[in-house]
Ligand binder design. Structure first.
Ligand code: OSB
Ligand code: MG
Length: 391
């Protein structure tokens, strides 16, 4: 049988002979200060303490991954501290196979670990970068991506007044971003969204509640938000919940987008089965890495459900992985992948991620994540490090 391009496209690129033989993992926690504090319904982030993983091959080639766990276990159950323990105490030894491995096998190899997907993804994505570098391929091509540029949106944190929010939105619209997402929480919702919608009647606008609402208590709020022509309402109800989201979706015209509730391909399948969402936000860390993310976008594509790439206030390394993932065919909506300069005075990759006036990021052409990792700067920012030898 002749394979059509469309069936061939999503098969993992065959790496007939596995090329990687892991010699070590380096963990580094770096301290970076956001240019301005970012507030969501679960809390305020000013200082980031980011866990960076370097996967080192026997040939001394290395790849980088970023753990997207936050400083506190408020977005999900993980934190930068729990991820450190999980990786160094449990996960590293599971990689000491003594044989050559492929990046697309890492997820399965680590699957006996329950949850802790951000810890797993930090390592898994580092190995993907490593493999792409060893093969001399840009990571996005190695993953099977097709876009040479990706569409970008922004996420705007909670503001003190609707006027302050309008000012932020105006700046991002002027910069070219194609979709504006507003954080909301009870008490900071209708009034803010209404004010922005009035000022910008035609922009693609969405809201993200980070699970701050309850179905019975807050239905009227959603009925009102339903009238603002929003592109989506992201994660209104509890993290982990699918049933109440399905009930809410039946009452709304606006698509619900799930973020926190989707931690795996199985979650995505069950969410689509019961119409708990009509859009999915895929975050590499939340789902355990590139292999699972790719499987989720493939499933969504087969259901005609759009997906987009979420963000976790990443440094350049996580941002670069997000760019690579966003080139896959299912990513049809602008993601929360924005320019380095929105968050950082100085990013740890070179060049920094830039967004065009049309609101796009061009995919890089060099091997791996496609950006030079500034190891000198990373060393300067390091507050804790550990080198684990494997094999
Ligand atoms: O829910 O998408 C979210 C930041 C931290 C934790 C959760 C979320 C966010 C964002 C920021 O919305 C997205 C970005 O990195 O620009
Ligand atoms: Mg979200």
């Amino acid at each position: 049988m002749i394979k059509t391009a469309s069936t061939a496209r999503y098969e993992p690129r065959p790496v007939n002979d596995p090329v990687i033989q892991l010699a070590g993992l380096e963990l580094r926690r770096i301290a970076m200060t956001l240019k301005s504090p970012f507030e969501t319904s679960f809390g305020l982030t000013t200082e980031r303490r980011i866990l960076i993983i370097k996967a080192i091959d026997r040939t001394d080639v290395s790849g980088y991954g970023e753990c997207t766990a936050m400083e506190t276990p408020l977005f999900n159950h993980e934190s930068v501290d729990t991820a450190w323990v999980v990786i160094s105490r449990y996960l590293a030894s599971m990689l000491s196979t003594g044989t050559r491995i492929r990046a697309d096998e890492i997820g399965k190899l680590l699957s006996p670990i329950r949850g802790n997907r951000m810890a797993i993804a930090a390592v898994e994505t580092a190995v993907w970068d490593l493999e792409a570098r060893m093969l001399g391929l840009p990571l996005w091509q190695h993953l099977g991506g097709r876009r040479t540029e990706i569409d970008c949106g922004v996420s705007i944190g909670l503001q003190v007044t609707p006027e302050a929010l309008i000012e932020k939105v105006a700046a991002e619209v002027a910069a070219g971003y194609q979709r504006i997402k507003l954080k909301i929480k009870p008490g900071k919702d209708i009034e803010y969204v209404e004010a922005v919608r009035k000022e910008f009647p035609n922009i693609r606008l969405s809201v993200d509640a980070n699970s701050a609402y309850e179905l019975d208590r807050d239905l009227n709020i959603f009925k009102t938000l339903d009238e603002f022509g929003l592109l989506m309402i992201e994660q209104p109800l509890a993290a982990g919940d699918l049933i109440d989201h399905s009930k809410l979706q039946k009452r709304l015209k606006t698509p619900i987008c799930l973020d926190e509730s989707i931690t795996s391909l199985r979650d995505a399948r069950q969410a689509l089965e019961i119409d708990a969402c009509r859009i999915i936000n895929i975050k590499l860390g939340r789902v355990g890495g590139h292999s699972e993310a790719r499987a989720i976008q493939e499933l969504a594509l087969s259901h005609n459900v759009p997906v987009w790439c979420g963000g976790m206030l990443e440094s350049g390394i996580g941002r670069a992985h997000n760019i690579a993932m966003s080139t896959l065919e299912g990513f049809t909506l602008p993601g929360d992948v924005s320019a380095s300069e929105r968050y950082w005075d100085e990013d740890i990759i070179e060049p920094a991620v830039v967004v065009s006036p049309a609101g796009t990021i061009a995919t890089p052409n060099s091997p791996g994540i496609g950006f030079r990792v500034r190891e000198d700067l990373i060393r300067k920012l390091t507050v804790r490090s550990e080198l684990i030898r494997l094999n």
